[in-house]
Ligand binder design. Structure first.
Ligand code: DOR
Ligand code: ZN
Length: 436
């Protein structure tokens, strides 16, 4: 009657952890109860069973940047880190700004991904926003208010026009909030410095605050819904209002300018490493933030070894986000239920990823087995991204034991998911849903 029943599980439901069994049929959770009979059983050995994590900010590259990451390696890193759904961002080569490039990315992901995925539309002058919305993109952005990677910076007028369209479509505008002018001026003054830490000074807190203030003002005028990507400063927390959602990255929660010495140019990302005060303020202000997203942005070791101004910005993170947060749970820093909200329930709800983010009857059978007593240091050689390095080397982490996507085991200490098992999750604008 059922395809599979998980026995001896401690299920992390929305409000409680309960001892119960989980029955799966056709990739969905169909029953949560005690003593469900079935021939096909997996014994969870009293491990915690969490919903699969939903990471709404990844850069899985592929296409012309396949040497950095492809959909198979990116999604392998995801499942080994307990992430079962991702949303890919548009600054790829080619950028996801037209139906043609969207279709090419969709085909590539459908052939190679192990995890389910959404795709965001890129916002530049002339981007086919309405058509992309109908194709089922998850959201718009990240919209680069300053140049970061991919030459997708937009000026104020283009931003305002995009907000008008996004408001008409009832979509979400995801903002990379950095102010171009401040960066240009600061960088001019600092360009002869060779110490990597100068990079943080080239994109100061005011850079994020100025861009966020502008985006909030413009979006408010036309009623566009805003989501702030990778919020990173203590001042930005005060700008969050009821209408705005936001995310924070594990690198801004676990790393700071103190790490420049250890990381060198490998610590370069946008927005940059902030002060210890910012880092601590982000932990203290988590109640104002909606979700944690990795901004998984892989670059090779060779690329990162250049001087601080030439090295590309970005760090890999999709595989280490949940493990780092679970170590924080173990250390009593945050409650497990909050981590699940930040990393599964809230992102799925806010970005309308149907069937995802929660263990409940009717949802997809995406989940992760974890043992909170098994804390280990992160080691780059165990990770699956093509990047081949991590800024979190040696830090405490609790990695999953097993990961399931729609009832299939995709990770059990090894990657066992098959290329192409992952499915596209159509967004709200899709006129003909492709699945289901
Ligand atoms: O550090 C970053 N890397 N920030 C971004 O906004 C883009 C990303 C990338 O694509 O490498
Ligand atoms: Zn960004």
């Amino acid at each position: 009657m059922f395809d599979l029943v998980i026995k001896n599980a401690r299920l992390a439901l929305a409000k409680d952890i309960i001892e119960a069994e989980l029955a799966i049929k056709d990739g969905k959770i169909v029953r949560i109860a005690k003593d469900i009979a079935s021939e096909d059983i997996i014994d969870a050995h009293n491990l915690l069973v969490l919903p699969g994590m939903v990471d709404v900010h990844v850069h899985f590259r592929d296409s012309k940047e396949r040497h950095k990451e492809d959909w198979y390696t990116g999604s392998s890193a995801a499942v080994a880190g307990g992430v079962t759904s991702v949303v890919d961002h548009p600054n790829t080569i080619p950028p996801t700004t037209s139906v043609k490039s969207f279709k090419a990315k969709l085909r590539e992901a459908e052939r190679k991904s192990i995890v389910d995925f959404g795709i965001n539309a890129g916002v530049v002058e002339g981007a086919e926003l309405e058509k992309l919305w109908k194709r089922g993109v998850t959201a718009f952005g990240e919209i680069f208010m300053a140049e970061s990677r991919g030459e997708m910076g937009v000026d104020d007028m283009a931003l305002f026009k995009a907000f008008q369209t996004i408001a008409q479509l009832s979509g979400i505008a995801c903002i990379h909030a950095e102010d171009e002018q401040i960066i240009l001026e600061r960088t001019k003054k600092l360009k002869d410095k060779t110490d990597p830490s100068a990079y943080s000074s080239s994109r100061p807190n005011s850079c994020e605050v100025a861009a966020m203030t502008k985006a909030i003002g413009l979006a408010h005028d036309v009623g566009a819904k805003l989501h702030i990507c990778h919020l990173s400063t203590k001042e930005s927390l005060n700008l969050i209002g009821a209408e705005i959602t936001s995310e924070v990255t594990p690198h801004h929660l676990f790393l700071s300018q103190k790490d420049w010495e250890r990381l060198g140019t490998f610590g370069k990302m946008n927005p940059p490493l902030r002060s210890e005060l910012d880092r601590k303020s982000l932990w203290a202000g988590l109640h104002k933030i909606d979700m944690i997203a990795s901004d998984h942005a892989p670059h090779t070791i060779e690329e990162k070894k250049q001087d601080i101004w030439s090295a590309p910005p970005g760090v890999p993170g999709v595989e280490t986000s949940l493990p780092l947060m679970l170590s924080a749970v173990k250390k009593g820093r945050i409650l497990l239920q909050r981590v699940i909200e930040f990393m599964a329930t809230n992102p799925a709800k806010i970005f309308c990823l149907r069937g995802k983010g929660e263990i409940k009857v009717g949802n997809d059978a995406d989940f992760v087995f974890v043992d909170l007593n098994d804390m280990k240091p992160i080691k780059d050689r165990n990770l699956h991204s093509k990047a081949g390095w991590t800024p979190f080397e040696g830090m405490d982490a609790i990695f999953p034991k097993m990961t399931f996507v729609r009832g299939e085991i995709v990770y059990d200490g090894e990657i066992v998911g098959e290329k192409g098992q992952g499915r596209f999750i159509p967004g709200r604008g899709a006129d003909k849903p492709i699945y289901g």
